[in-house]
Ligand binder design. Structure first.
Ligand code: GTP
Length: 346
């Protein structure tokens, strides 16, 4: 069975991190999220992937190629124009057969695929929408289901007390290829806003299956930051490469620290990172591979991607810095930067 990963969107809400990068390539735990996602499904027996790509697709293709580096097979379904989440699935039709999985590649999650597939099979569903439970469903489209799990309708942005449930679309679907006949070709269509409500109204077998475990849509900067704090706090059990040095300190290979460096947990440091004398790192710091942190730097509540360079004496707090960013000897607070190379004094 193939997994179709939707990874072509513009990621506008996560700019500037996504100004020159597809959102699913944003780094999580020192790797592009898309890589974690492929490995998560591989661990559950999926070996064939179709990546639906458009925006900066060359970055995805050069990172994953035919998938052999990760021990899977990857094909690319390329859109000439962005077709929306349902249009992208329709566009991938030539790559798909039988039953397949569709995943919004910007959703941080861990799913028990076997149980979702068993549910789909038992119900004889056309589509199974995986559902996640949220404390406050009022900002979302909330599902109303019958006792069999069939979805009767989506209620958009209900008042909390009027919501029929606290279950929302998790952005992970199991589908039968036959349903693709119902999606028009070559036009932009949203699967959440148009396709599913239409299918439900027309009596198609659309079922909802709650998945437990961690779930986070990383589409905004606040949520992107939060998922890292969840990772560091152990609420999101992502397999990571680094050695657990204990007490909330993860160190990659070949991390070189000067004299008097203080780690204030939780911190996660990638491979080949150099940290100068008397730097204070943490709490809540993620430093990407190949980064160089100068002496006496103070870095807290910040996420640095790979190859960043922070000048000695700088103070970096509440920041997210993209690959290869350079920070001068400044105080940097609440900056989110990716495109420019030198961060100026705010
Ligand atoms: P925003 O611009 O911030 O809304 O982000 P987005 O449009 O990139 O993401 P959204 O949350 O709307 O989409 C969910 C997932 O579907 C993301 O992984 C997107 O990359 C992907 N996606 C969205 N639209 C398209 C599309 O037109 N084509 C393809 N191939 N993927 C899409």
């Amino acid at each position: 069975m193939k997994a179709l990963l939707l990874a072509g969107g513009l990621g506008t809400r996560l700019r500037p991190l996504t100004e020159n990068l597809p959102k699913p390539m944003a780094r999580v735990g020192n790797r592009p999220w898309l890589e974690h996602l492929i490995l998560h499904y591989k661990a559950q027996g999926v070996s064939d992937f179709v990546l639906a790509v458009k925006y900066y697709r060359e970055l995805i293709e050069s990172c994953f190629g035919d998938g052999s580096r990760l021990g899977v097979r990857i094909e690319y379904s390329v859109e000439k124009e962005l077709l929306g989440t349902a249009g992208a699935v329709k566009n991938a039709e030539p790559f798909l057969d039988g039953r397949f999985i569709v995943v919004n590649a910007d959703i941080i999650h861990q799913v028990d695929l076997a149980s979702a597939l068993a549910f789909h099979e038992r119900r004889g569903a056309d589509v199974t929408i995986c559902l996640t439970e949220v404390d406050d469903p009022s900002p979302y489209g909330v599902v109303e289901q019958n006792e069999d799990g069939r979805i009767l309708r989506f209620v958009e942005k209900p008042k909390k007390e009027e919501a029929p449930s606290n279950r929302i679309n998790a952005g992970i679907y199991i589908m039968e290829r036959s349903v693709l006949e119902r999606i028009p070709a070559g036009v932009a269509v949203s699967i959440e806003k148009e396709t599913f409500p239409q299918w439900i109204a027309s009596g198609a077998g659309v079922y909802g299956h709650p998945i437990g475990g961690y779930w986070m849509d990383m589409g905004t900067k606040a949520r992107y930051r939060q998922l890292h704090w969840d990772l560091l706090d152990g609420r999101f059990p992502l397999p990571t490469d680094g050695e657990d040095a204990g007490e909330g300190i993860w160190l990659g290979e070949n991390v070189r620290t000067g004299q008097g460096v203080l780690f204030v947990p939780p911190v996660m440091i990638g491979d080949d990172v150099t940290i100068g004398d008397r730097a204070v790192i943490g709490p809540y710091a993620v430093i990407g591979s190949g980064s160089r942190i100068g002496s006496q730097v103070r870095l807290s509540r910040s996420i640095l991607w790979d190859r960043c360079k922070v000048h000695g004496g700088a103070q970096v707090n509440e920041c997210i810095l993209g690959s290869g960013m350079r920070v001068g000897p400044h105080i940097l607070h609440e900056a989110v930067c990716n495109r420019i190379r030198e961060v100026q004094r705010p």
